[in-house]
Design a protein around this ligand. Structure first.
Ligand code: K1U
Ligand code: ZN
Length: 171
């Protein structure tokens, strides 16, 4: 297992639309192992492959609380089949936008289909943080960041701050 570097805003690769996975081979299994190591090390509760620079439609997640055993989950080619009219607001963060958090309103429940690492199809209905995290990660697969759900004023302010930091780091 190896920890991989996480892409940080305004890295343009975060805006790429990720490709569906056609075959779950050793390369994908290694990618998933590395994503878990990277996610646990960060620490985070979710990670999309594009955040480590690989534009493939795979997500890792673990919503276990600190005092609970690990609950690693993998979603290959996840797709939202249905979203509720009811909305829920969570304070979201993103490992690609470190130390910035804000409230985002999204559908409170979603139905999602995906493949597991054995290629078996599943359909789940999610609510609460699980629904929010799935939507946040599937957004990543489509090149969408949680700041895109904020006002233009807030988004521009965050992008400007991170662009400035990237410029300073490159000097
Ligand atoms: O995709 C990511 O950037 C990961 C992100 C997932 C997420 C968080 C909150 C709402 C929706 C999606 C994170 O994991 S940010 C870090 C975080 O939330 C956290 C870290 C340690 C303990 C508990 C939470
Ligand atoms: Zn994120």
């Amino acid at each position: 297992m190896a920890r991989r570097d996480i892409l940080i805003l305004p890295d343009k690769r975060l805006r790429q639309v990720s490709e569906p996975i056609k075959k779950i081979d050793t390369g994908i299994r290694k990618l998933v192992e590395d994503m878990f190591e990277t996610m646990y090390d960060a620490p985070g509760i979710g990670l999309a492959a594009i955040q480590v620079g690989t534009p493939k439609r795979v997500v890792t997640m673990d919503l276990a609380k600190k005092d609970e055993p690990k609950q690693p989950q993998v979603f290959v080619n996840p797709e939202i089949l249905w979203s509720s009219e009811e909305k829920a607001t969570y304070e979201e963060g993103c490992l690609s936008i470190p130390e910035f958090y804000d409230d985002v309103e999204r559908p409170a429940q979603v139905k999602v289909k995906y493949l597991d690492l054995e290629g078996e199809p599943h359909e789940i209905e999610a609510n609460g943080l699980f629904a929010t995290c799935l939507q946040h990660e599937i957004d990543h697969l489509n090149g969408v960041l949680f700041i895109d759900h904020l006002s233009k004023l807030k988004r521009d302010r965050v992008v400007k701050k991170f662009a400035k930091a990237a410029k300073r780091a490159a000097e």
